[in-house]
Write a protein that binds this ligand. Structure first.
Ligand code: BG6
Length: 503
């Protein structure tokens, strides 16, 4: 792949956690693989009064990157993001670097700041003629915004409108790091570059779909953010619905970003709107409760520092959703996500229907289990197909066996992190794996009735689940009551020495 055009990447919020943990390490990976252009610089900005040198020292100690050839491409300029006049320093610095590197005015602005600042920053960039390709700074201009993109439908619409006042839609890169995961992208490749799956990928052969995004960690030190947000906004509205989009979309005619994003939008538009009755019946929320585990007491959500007293914020969601179109009519999708579960594992289970007529028995005299395709998104990324096989010997006894692919089998292949992939795409001007404004609004439109119902009845379906369990019983009952199946526990093939705990 050719390197992207020469450009400068400006990071707002440069001394923050995201820059240290994700952005700088990902850009460094791109640097090591020679994927950055020759004319390239990172310009950090923020309120802190770093010089270029002290900012590099800060990154050295925070990100443990000591490669001078990389660090010397990093610069810093202090900006008070709330003060429009303060951006003239940023502009001067950008122009100085542009001249020094002898490159066009191609700029990416990465907003790693609280979302409340996005409109202010966009407006200030526009005010200083940094938002458009113009005579003063000829070259492309792009802005990357982090999630959360809005707090509800109205705020997402407002934010879109405010950004569109200063940037065009094709300049706005709304990041959802799940779309940057190799295995999420591979859903499309599995479906559309093989002829064996797609003929079965519909209501005639699929019984239901399960999507699990389990996390072992709790809210860490993020109570200020999390207590306001909860799992529905944090994981479902964006990451999990995007996975649904990839699983359920129709084959796009081309692999262009417009074609792909049009198809996922159609999925979101086909989500069956949730009535209050559906929400009461089919949306479960949970909150982790403290317990002694591994010899120590693990505090529950309400005991975490910074969580408001008696908070009803959910750390777990399980729900059923339906897609009303020809392909998916009557095929329920079940999603669940939670913190402080037994392990970190994200996976999709495509549960196929049983054979119409059973003529063989399995070894325990039951029919073999219907086929499952398991897409392991993380960890141990891979694809697993479960099917029945004859046990050698007399008679026709059938046993379930696995056909299993692990990405780790690509021994010499580097599996890029989500941020590496997405940052590189933004440098190339490829929007495919970024959310489009219309899709963002449609997903909020779907989620909004849940937020409203929960606001009116905060205790509705709020269950407390012990740390290190797979969540509330009610979530297990939800799936079972519609399908007769249990959630697949995502721990097969994991050789990390942890116990595999059943539901
Ligand atoms: C983030 C959420 O978007 O995704 C976090 O804000 C969550 O709460 C994280 O922990 C999960 O991402 P991953 O890549 O670890 O599955």
């Amino acid at each position: 792949m050719n390197p992207p055009n020469d450009h400068i990447l400006t990071i707002f919020g440069a001394s923050g956690d995201l820059t240290r943990r994700k952005l700088i390490p990902s850009i460094y990976e791109l640097f090591k693989q020679n994927l950055l252009p020759e004319g390239f610089a990172i310009l950090g900005t923020g309120r802190k009064a770093f010089s270029d040198e002290s900012f590099r020292d800060h990154l050295k100690s925070e990100s443990k990157i000591t490669d001078e050839a990389f660090l010397k491409q990093i610069f810093y300029v202090p900006v008070n993001t709330k003060d429009i006049e303060s951006y003239s320093g940023l502009k001067d610095r950008l122009l100085e670097l542009t001249k020094k590197l002898d490159i066009p005015g191609n700029y990416i602005f990465y907003l790693a700041t609280p979302p409340g600042l996005y409109p202010t920053i966009a407006k200030a960039l526009h005010h200083h003629s940094l938002s458009r390709d113009n005579g003063e700074h000829p070259g492309w201009k792009r802005v990357i915004v982090e999630k959360p993109f809005g707090y509800d439908l109205q705020s997402a619409k407002d934010l879109n409108r405010e950004l569109l006042d200063y940037f065009a839609e094709d300049q706005i890169y709304r990041i959802d790091h799940y779309l940057g995961k190799e295995t999420v992208q591979n859903i499309m490749v599995t479906r559309f570059s093989n002829s064996i799956f797609e003929p079965l990928w519909n209501r005639n052969y699929i019984d239901h779909v399960q999507i699990t995004a389990a996390e072992e960690i709790g809210i860490e030190l993020r109570s200020g953010y999390y207590d306001e947000i909860g799992a529905l906004r944090d994981m479902v509205q964006n990451h999990l619905l995007h996975i649904v989009g990839m699983l359920a979309m129709e084959p796009p005619a081309l692999s262009t970003s417009a074609a792909i994003r049009n198809e996922t939008l159609k999925v979101f538009q086909s989500l069956r709107p949730l009535t209050e009755n559906d929400i009461r019946k089919n949306v479960i929320k949970g909150q982790y409760a403290g317990r002694k585990f591994n010899g120590a007491y693990n505090p529950g959500y309400l005991e975490e520092e910074g969580v408001s007293k008696g908070s009803g914020t959910e750390t777990y969601v399980a729900m059923k959703l339906n897609i009303d179109n020809w392909r998916w009519k009557d095929v329920p999708f079940f999603i669940r996500t939670g913190k402080r579960l037994p392990r970190r594992a994200t996976e999709v289970v495509i549960q196929f229907r049983p054979t119409p007529h059973h003529i063989f028995c399995s070894n325990d005299n039951q029919q073999s289990t219907p086929n499952q395709l398991v897409i392991r998104i993380q960890p141990d990324e891979g694809l697993l197909l479960k099917f029945g096989l004859k046990i050698p010997g007399a008679g026709f006894k059938v046993q379930d066996v696995n056909m299993d692919f692990h990405y780790s089998d690509f021994a010499d292949t580097h599996l890029p992190s989500a941020y590496e992939r997405l940052l590189l795409d933004s440098m190339h001007g490829d929007l495919t794996l970024y959310s489009r404004g219309d899709a963002t609004e449609v997903t909020w439109e779907y989620i909004n009735p849940i937020l409203e119902t929960w606001k009116a009845s905060p205790e509705l379906n709020l269950y407390h689940y012990p740390i290190h369990s797979w969540g509330p019983e009610a979530a297990a009952d939800l799936l079972k009551s519609y399908t007769g199946y249990n959630w697949k526990i995502p721990c097969e093939n994991l050789s990390d020495g942890k116990e595999c705990i059943e539901q």
